[in-house]
Design a protein around this ligand. Structure first.
Ligand code: ADP
Length: 429
């Protein structure tokens, strides 16, 4: 029952345990508020009577546990109510995780060893609602005062930072339905591509680096260790994608695997993890509200995400155009590059491109329109194991004058001269 609705103020009455599913129009935003009752968007309760402005193309649901009246102003692509949702199952999972957090906290104060909170990974095919479930679990936990760590391994979309990265950040408050995850101090590693098949080895290395960094933080922080983590993953669940899921489960010492809407994946994981009794594999229903997004939509979403990094969600930031001399920066690529000459290898050996080799990159027109990461590394050798401070976008390369022009979120010098380039491009529109 989807319909394009007229731009008028209208009210929708929601029964208990039902939701209003909305796709905002492509070219205008939608205003919405809770008139009475209580309602939440993906785990974050909405303030009573205050108008929220939801940006164009956003797909979301307003869910109510006990009933609510919602008022809307503006056009939508679709909006309809649904009373069949998996929300009860999802909140039951939350309750179990909460119990584990409490036990972890209690045991850490009495000095016993089991002070490890839940380490949850959410897996499933693309468009099964993984990011949404991750978000709900994090927001519900934050509402109860926990500060769980959100780990996003999805290089295709990226809900913490731009695509092409893996990242982690503590969630201290329920996630704002409009603003998303605050970008204060995320830990970000730059992979540089939007699909892991570009360099599987590098992806694994970065996942490992991120996990080790979090492990160090956890060891000094009882509170965040008890709160645990929620790990969002890519929708690639076959072949190498499946291997990478297993790798993540192992690397982060996951103890709860939530499988969304895929019997086969669930039974495969149960099978392979059966000798690990402390890992629970839980099958969960996919919500009927999850919207499938095609390749083109995903590309657009990626580009929006990069735009948002430089310009802000509401076009409210003003990025700076800066100029640097070629000699002020060093650009590196990780992996591939010129192979060792056959003559330098033992007889019979095939030259192979080392996937984690650091390759210096000449500064030339090829860098135009690419998004580069600014590494925290102090020496080139540290680049692979270092997280990144942020990103720049190359808008001009002047070979004659040996200067590049780039866009950065703020003015001033780059925090480091070491830049990493992959295949991540962006066309400013
Ligand atoms: P995945 O992470 O598995 O690819 P997402 O969680 O990103 O899937 O969901 C896909 C899209 O569906 C997103 O735009 C999300 O906001 C939307 N969505 C998820 N659940 C609902 C729902 N119950 N009602 C409406 N839209 C939803």
């Amino acid at each position: 029952a989807s319909s394009a609705s007229a731009s008028t103020v209208r009210q929708v009455k929601l029964d208990r345990e039902s939701e209003l599913r909305i796709e905002v129009a492509n070219d205008s935003s939608l205003r919405l508020r809770v008139l009475n009752g209580t309602a939440e968007i993906f785990g974050t309760e909405l303030p009573p009577e205050i108008w929220l402005t939801l940006p164009p193309r956003l797909k979301f649901a307003v869910f109510t546990w006990y009933g609510a009246t919602i008022e809307m102003d503006g056009t939508t692509e679709t909006d309809y109510t649904a009373d069949e949702t998996p929300m009860i199952n999802y909140v039951n999972v939350h309750a179990i995780l909460d119990g584990r957090r409490n036990r972890a906290k209690a045991s850490s104060s009495d000095g016993s060893s089991t002070s490890e909170g839940p380490r949850v990974i959410v897996v499933g095919p693309t468009d099964s609602g993984k990011s949404t479930l991750s978000r709900m679990l994090l927001s519900w936990a934050a509402k109860q005062g926990w500060k769980p760590t959100f780990v996003d391994l999805d290089i295709g979309q990226g809900s913490i930072t731009i695509p092409g990265c893996i990242a982690a950040t503590p969630i201290e408050m329920p996630i704002d339905p409009v603003e998303g995850i605050p970008l204060e101090m995320p830990l970000v590693y730059f992979y540089g591509h939007t699909t892991p098949s570009n360099n599987v080895e590098l992806y694994k290395v970065l996942v490992k680096e991120l996990s080790q960094l979090l492990e160090r933080q956890f060891s000094g922080n009882v509170e965040s260790r008890a709160a645990g983590m929620v790990i969002n993953t890519m929708g690639w669940i076959e072949g190498i994608g499946y291997e990478l899921l297993l790798h993540a489960i192992e690397t982060f010492n996951v103890n709860v695997v939530l499988v969304l809407g895929q019997e086969k994946l669930c039974s495969m994981l149960r099978d392979v993890l059966r000798n690990k009794p402390d890992v629970d594999v839980v099958k969960l229903q996919r919500s009927g509200g999850v919207v499938s997004r095609n390749v083109k939509y995903r590309q657009k979403a990626r580009s929006h995400r990069i735009r948002e990094y430089f310009y802000g969600l509401a076009n409210d930031l003003s990025p700076h155009s800066n100029i640097a001399n070629f000699s002020d920066i060093s650009v590196y690529r990780i992996g591939g590059g010129p192979q060792a000459p056959r003559s330098a290898l033992p007889i019979g050996a095939e030259p192979a491109a080392d996937p984690t080799r650091l390759v210096p990159v000449n500064i030339n027109q090829d860098l135009l329109h690419l998004v580069l990461a600014v590494s925290f590394a102090k020496e080139p050798e540290q680049i692979i194991s270092s997280n990144v401070a942020g990103f720049i976008y190359i808008t001009d390369v002047d070979i004659q004058r040996k200067k590049i022009t780039y866009l950065a979120p703020s003015a001033g010098e780059l925090p480091s001269k070491y830049l990493i380039v992959g295949t991540l491009t962006w066309l400013e529109t």
